[in-house]
Design a protein around this ligand. Structure first.
Ligand SMILES: [Mg+2]
Length: 193
């Protein structure tokens, strides 16, 4: 019984605050009204497919829209400098961090110090439970899980295996069900935050 209980507690580290199909479904007004001032965003498979290099107009407009809502946007990627920097510059993103080693906390601590917002004023958007959602929960900040844009079959087999296992466990415990997004009935109103 003890074992069962502690396992359930661990699984809660993979639970996002909001679960949406895509960054395109994010209601920025609602985030703003919930007191969010800083959006940390993953790059690969969140804003761009693993096999693409250049942000499309939808990404560029999303970033503009975040700034328009007077929120800070920080690209927060585990990928290498050249790829992150090239993408950020083309997308008009001022603040970007590469090699973040999510779910480790090092870069997150630096960002918290640099931007000086409260934890409840920050939210992280990402497509992976084991990196994005875990680092958000370990840092006590909110998170939005979105479904990956494309699946990298070549290099990330291990991560996908773990993600699939996790989704199954989370469903068993009724914590999260893959593909059952939050926006349905509540229409992008984030009073749940
Ligand atoms: Mg990703």
């Amino acid at each position: 019984m003890q074992n069962f209980k502690s396992k359930s507690l661990l699984l809660n580290y993979f639970k996002p605050s909001i679960y949406l199909e895509s960054y395109k479904k994010i209601n920025l007004n609602s985030l703003k009204n919930s007191g969010i001032k800083l959006i940390l965003c993953d790059m690969d498979n969140t804003l761009i497919g693993w096999n693409q290099r250049i942000p499309n107009n939808e990404v560029i407009n999303f970033v503009k829209n975040v700034y328009y809502h007077n929120m800070e946007f920080v690209l927060f990627s585990n990928n290498i400098r050249s790829r992150v920097e090239n993408f950020a510059k083309k997308a008009g993103i001022e603040n970007y961090f590469w090699d973040c080693k999510k779910p480790l906390l090092g870069k997150m601590k630096i960002i918290k110090r640099l931007f000086d917002y409260k934890e409840e004023e920050m939210i992280l958007i990402g497509d992976q439970l084991v990196t994005d959602i875990l680092v958000a929960n370990r840092s006590h900040i909110k998170s939005i899980l979105i479904s990956p844009i494309s699946r990298d079959v070549k290099s990330n087999k291990f991560v996908h295996y773990i993600e699939d296992k996790l989704f199954k466990k989370l469903a068993q415990k009724n914590i999260l069900h893959e593909g059952f997004y939050d926006e349905g009935d509540i229409g992008g109103n984030y009073e749940i935050l």
